[in-house]
Ligand binder design. Structure first.
Ligand SMILES: O=C(O)C1=C[C@@H](OP(=O)(O)O)[C@@H](O)[C@H](O)C1
Ligand SMILES: C=C(OP(=O)(O)O)C(=O)O
Length: 439
């Protein structure tokens, strides 16, 4: 379905939706833990539902409650089903990359499927490491991926510059293995805050991860280690999914483009989520940022271009790019190479979408270079089946002179099904075209 955004600045306040990244981790740990867990998660999305659905297929009982999910863990007895189980990861990279190692640890056999660009997003060298520890896994690049364990404990080695989700997946599987586990990651470890989210979720389930630095053959390694406990992770009984900084970032970016400003409530200002860096980043663009209680407010002040290394917060690039397109001067978002491996080639789709609206944006090597203007013209954007491109275009539209048509805008449901309703709550004006019930 297409959405036409009629230019108008956003202002006001909204509660944050639940963090997709944290929901994946807590649901998975709950499903392999010692007993029933209530995961408080006030909102959901296609990706969170994909994880919940996969866990059900693996034998957990996952039900939606009024406040989130109740998870009854996978019984020990279903560790080795007679026939392959099929799990569907939808379009969620996190679900796939977290669950493949967990499936190997549980035993399988399991057939894993996914959709959209998922088959093309890298799984190597995770699969080689799992095979080296005893797993049998079909070739990556097409579905179904046939996965069976068990895997042995020991030392796993991964590069730090492809996807931190490989590291998180191994750490989530590690407590199910019998012996000690080390995950050695070559430095620099990009997206490190996402690994910290995983270790903090593990801590909620009583699993300690220690971290040290090593040198090996002239190379720096960050080594995550877990000691065996011989028992499943301990369910806390109840755990809470905090507000999502990655999606709040779109509203805060809209605030940086508006005299009225936008506030997002229900956020942990000292969260382990790396994407809370949105506040510091928007200050670099000259926006006024206020933090109070569990709320952040951003207002347009003295817009200016900046240079930012985005390697630790790749998902902030789309909202930051929308701001950069409207701040005078040349902005460089550097070390953005991994954006090529997301739901779309985001280095290309971010710059193509902004150019379609009249901005000056281009990928230069692994950087995104954007020359800001006072306003954009408007036009037509292909969301490229990428939720963050659709949301970026909607934010850029708030400062266009003409309408912005977003083709395939329903893809926002991957992380934020109510995005356009919330856009309207902040004063945004949209017309829905096509399937009126899709959003
Ligand atoms: O662990 C996670 O929850 C995520 C890690 C990041 O991926 P990479 O580590 O592949 O950059 C991020 O882009 C993704 O949206 C969510
Ligand atoms: C890249 C993303 O998610 P995933 O890797 O889980 O598909 C995202 O939400 O932008």
């Amino acid at each position: 379905m297409d959405i036409v955004c009629h230019p108008t600045p956003l202002s006001g306040a909204l509660p944050a939706i639940s963090s997709k990244s944290i929901a994946h981790r807590l649901l998975i740990l709950a499903a392999v833990s010692s007993c029933t867990t209530d995961v408080h998660c006030s909102t959901t999305s296609a990706d969170i539902e994909a994880t919940a659905g996969c866990l059900r297929a693996l034998g957990a009982r996952v039900t939606r409650t009024q406040v989130g999910y109740r998870v009854v863990p996978v019984p020990e007895a279903t560790r080795r089903p007679a026939r392959p189980v099929r799990v569907d990861c939808g379009e969620s990279g996190s679900t796939l990359r977290f669950l493949v190692p967990v499936i190997c640890a549980l035993g399988g056999p399991v057939e894993v499927v996914g959709h959209g660009r998922l088959a093309d997003r890298p799984l190597e060298p995770l699969l080689s490491e799992l095979r080296a520890h005893g797993a049998t896994i079909s070739e990556e690049g097409s579905f179904p991926l046939k996965v069976s364990g068990p895997i042995s404990s020991g030392r796993f080695r991964l590069p730090g510059d492809v996807s931190s989700q490989f590291v998180s997946g191994l750490l989530l599987a590690a407590p199910l293995l019998r012996g000690p586990v080390e995950v050695a990651v070559t430095e620099p470890v990009e997206s490190l805050p996402y690994v910290n989210l995983t270790t903090s979720a593990l801590a909620t389930f009583g699993v300690d991860v220690s971290v040290r630095h090593e040198e090996e053959g002239g190379e720096g390694l960050t080594v995550f280690s877990l000691a065996p406990t011989g028992v499943r992770p301990a369910s806390p009984g109840l755990c809470e999914v905090e507000g999502d900084w990655s999606n709040a970032a779109f509203w805060l970016a809209a605030g940086a483009l508006s005299d009225g400003g936008v506030a997002v409530t229900g956020l942990d200002l000292s969260s382990a989520q790396g994407d809370r860096s949105i506040l510091a980043a928007l200050s670099c663009f000259g926006a006024r940022v206020a933090r109070r209680g569990g709320a952040a407010r951003v207002t347009k002040d003295r817009p200016r271009a900046t240079t930012l290394d985005v390697s630790d917060f790749p998902d902030l690039v789309p909202p930051l790019a929308a701001v950069a397109a409207l701040c005078p001067g040349t902005t460089r978002l550097t070390h953005a190479g991994r954006l090529r491996l997301k739901e779309s080639d985001r280095l290309e789709t971010v710059s193509a979408a902004l150019r379609a609206l009249g901005a000056d944006a281009r990928a230069v090597g692994d950087d995104l270079v954007i020359v800001g203007r006072e306003s954009l013209l408007g036009g037509e954007v292909d969301a490229a089946n990428d939720h963050r491109i659709a949301m970026m275009a909607a934010i850029a539209a708030t400062r266009a002179t003409g309408d912005v048509t977003i083709r395939g805008a329903e893809c926002v449901s991957k992380s934020y099904p109510a995005f356009f309703e919330d856009y309207e709550l902040l004063g945004g004006s949209v017309t829905r075209k096509g399937d009126e019930h899709a959003l």
